[in-house]
Design a protein around this ligand. Sequence first.
Ligand code: AMP
Ligand code: ZN
Length: 507
Amino acid sequence: MSTGHQLRLYNSLGRRLEDFTPSAGVAGLYSCGPTVYSYPHLGNMRPYVFADTLRRALRWKGTAVRHVTNITDVGHAVADSDTGEDKLEVAAARERRSVEEISARYTEAFFADLAALNILPADEYPRATAYVKQMIEFAASLEEKGFTYLLPSGLYFDTSRSPGYGALAMMDVAGQREAARVDYVQGRRNKTDFALWRTEEPGVRRVMRWDSPWGWGAPGWHLECSVMSMGLLGEHFDIHTGGVDHRELHHVNEIAQSEAYLGDGRPWVRFWLHNEFLLMNAEKIAKSAGGGPRLADLTQAGYHPMAYRLFLLGGHYRSQLDFTTQAVDAAQATLRRLLTRIEPLRPLPEALTLRAARALLAAGDVGAGYGAGAGYGAHADKAAAGYVEQLDAAICADLATPKILATLQESLRDPEIGGDGLRVVAAAADALLGLRLSGLDPREADRRRSVRDLAPAQVAVIERLIAGRSRAREERDWPRADQIRAELESLGIQVTDTPAGTAWELR
Ligand code: AMP
Ligand code: ZN
């Protein structure tokens, strides 16, 4: 049996779609994790839903994965610069807590969001503070090889010694220097040079500090990802993911120091994948800019975390997405429809791979109590098999999740497909989408106030107001019509005029 379509992924290194095959039996995957100095906002979670989709794609293709996501609990200076305070220390001072309390609190919040979003747990979540010794050894090795120079503010990596510096960013060195989001550092030789070690200024004692050959201080931000990924995945591995903002600076520097360290002339990591931003009002939601809506805000408003996941998957990971109430409402409605339609098909087989889906269809053995006697057996459900191949084509086309959703919806409407076949298609789609279609209760999944929750007397009041407004409109009494609309809005009722009449819903 064929292995289906060839998995193709968009490699930021070279900016093109490439065939992906793992270089060894287990694919190594590293995802840049959060800096745990505040609550993650909705945009912060997009990189992890994206990395989870990638993991599910690899599982579907039968590729074993070892996945590492780091927790940055030291080393990330405000404004991503080389000097200045550590983001965790600033948060600790602001909240009058210890840095340990800060990192514990926000790491826990991050894990809670990962779980709520049904993200498969990584194999390892290394913390930067547990790797400082290895970071010092790594930096010392670079120093020994002649890639560094020492300033009073720390040990710097000399980017002019790195032959392909900036290849990932696809800018020439002059462009890189201009684009580098770095502040002025006295004595720095090139604008793009970055700190491997940040030595304490005289008279300023950091809260988090370690002794090193370059004095007391703390590691630079980029160092941790090189050290922890190599420590846990081996010197070379297959895929590195992160938000698109990492493509021009953080990942460029990770590559420079890692390839200098390894010195074997091979690319350090083969595939670099980046997700685009989530926008709100056409701007990036930024944690550093003081908050942004959190997953908990959505769930408090009655949305299910899976509605947010579905909203994200409704866009391709390389497209910017605009977060609006209408969009998340639509996702919530779609989720509810999917669950209502799929509920009678349960139980669904879990964690399907392409191979297992095909085997189930061929054998007609779809799940406990199903399959037998359904005109099935050796007669594979042709329509279902067609949909499974479409799902495979979609995930292999650089993780085309919108296409997977469309295919699932089409299969659920298709009169040609049998119940057993549909069960396999729905399970296959959900193995890729991770929307918990096999278990969520459609009634539980939507806790927004709904029209059904209104008492009949309340509905009667609303209907009377709507009728009054319609009359006012017929009589062209616009001020009165507007006044009634305002009254309805103050009751939380949204009015929409359609050719068929006036519709209303709860906002
Ligand atoms: P921040 O704390 O705002 O610098 O964000 C931390 C990381 O989360 C960034 O490096 C991005 O990769 C990711 N991120 C932040 N904001 C967004 C967003 N609006 N959409 C997608 N990813 C984001
Ligand atoms: Zn990183």
